[in-house]
Design a protein around this ligand. Structure first.
Ligand SMILES: Cc1ncc(COP(=O)(O)O)c(C=O)c1O
Length: 367
């Protein structure tokens, strides 16, 4: 079709055409499998041992119709307890959790203020709702204060526990204080902190003891939890509200038994992952030490997400091909995903990366 071909050609001309690739047998500095459970044979064995042939098929409907089960309710209670909250409501993905939550929580006349670097699922959720939305300059709390002063109706602030492009962590206590000052509700997306922070992987909100100051948390299960899905964590009233008002919850089939089982096991594995969390911290420390004195433009991050700026879409693409040829997977982030000049090789560190893998990567990107 002519119109599609024209649009695809334009993307190609601008160096922005996306393609699906299979990345097998590469040294992984790209996946979100931070703790390594998606490659864990122990996880796979536990999963297959528990599978019940009679319960493997679909859930049969929306949870408000026939898709609700005792197992999913028990899992939600387990999730709520784990994160030291009153309730949890599961969605089939983190994206759907954000869309289902944010499109319904604020209405006409209300105001939602988000950090400018928030994830696409947050932006899309807000687009589907009717509230006024504002964004504040990344981690700039003077700007947030000013925006909150102008906000009307019920007020909400959304930040992430850790930002996925720069690997930086916001000052959550400061954001919570501003929310208190302006009587706003604080929402924290824990996609990149769930499973990693807190003694048992409960996330950044628990790590910082802010549970009572946070209105809702978004937990996603495709990263450190090495599974699939998302949940909104908060009060019992919030759960009841979403069951009644979240269209993405009401009009979509509930997750099936194998997903419930996988998620429950993911929680068991994450809870016991002290060694993996320790190893990841060690790898972050090693990596930061190893890049000291290397002239490249490293991003200033102390988390599992690292990166090196290589300005220009074609320059960053070339570097990622060089890495690929060396058997290393570390993907380029191009403009417009990041601002012009901020193009970079994004590096995700994992508990399972070895020192020699990190040295090999640094040798290529650090010159
Ligand atoms: C901050 C943030 N929120 C939500 C999501 C969506 O989660 P999922 O991949 O489970 O749909 C992501 C995924 O990258 C994310 O980074």
């Amino acid at each position: 079709m002519k119109f599609l071909k024209q649009k695809l050609d334009t993307l190609k001309k601008n160096g922005l055409l996306r393609n699906l690739s299979v990345h097998a047998h590469t040294i992984d500095f790209s996946s979100n499998d931070y703790l390594g459970f998606s490659r864990s044979v122990a996880f796979g064995k536990a999963f297959s041992k528990e599978l019940n042939a009679e319960k493997i098929a679909g859930s049969t409907g929306s949870r408000l119709l026939t898709g609700n089960t005792l197992e999913i309710e028990a899992l939600e209670e387990k999730i709520a307890r784990f994160h030291q909250a009153e309730s949890a409501l599961i969605f089939p993905s983190g994206y759907q959790a954000n869309v289902g939550f944010l499109s319904s929580i604020a209405g006409r006349g209300d105001t939602v203020i988000r950090d400018e670097f928030c994830h696409a699922s947050i932006i899309d959720g807000l687009r589907l709702g009717f509230a006024n939305t504002l964004k504040f300059t990344h981690n700039n709390y003077t700007d947030l204060d000013a925006k909150l002063s102008k906000a009307s109706g019920e007020k909400f602030v959304i930040v992430e526990g850790l930002y996925s492009m720069d690997g930086d962590i916001p000052d959550l206590q400061m954001v919570a204080n501003l929310c208190k000052k302006h009587e706003a509700h604080l929402i924290v997306d824990e996609a990149h902190t769930g499973g990693l922070y807190g003694n048992r992987g409960e996330g950044m909100v628990v790590e910082q003891g802010l549970e009572s100051q946070v209105f809702a948390r978004i937990m996603t299960y495709g990263k450190a939890f090495a599974y699939q899905g998302g949940a909104i964590i908060g009060s019992e009233e919030l759960r009841q509200y979403l069951i009644n008002k979240s269209r993405a919850f009401i009009y979509s089939t509930g997750i099936n038994y194998s997903q419930i089982l996988g998620l429950s096991l993911a929680y068991d594995f994450v809870e016991k992952a002290e060694e993996e969390r320790y190893q990841l911290k060690e790898n972050i420390r090693y990596f930061r030490q190893a890049i000291q004195g290397k002239p490249s433009a490293w991003i200033d991050s102390h988390s599992q997400i690292q990166g090196v700026r290589i300005p220009g879409n074609s320059a960053v693409m070339e570097k990622s091909v060089e890495l690929k040829n060396a058997g290393i997977l570390a993907l380029p982030i191009r403009n417009p995903t990041v601002a012009e000049g901020e193009e970079r090789i994004r590096i995700c560190l994992h508990a399972y990366n070895t020192k020699s893998e990190m040295d090999g990567l640094i040798k290529i990107v650090g010159r």
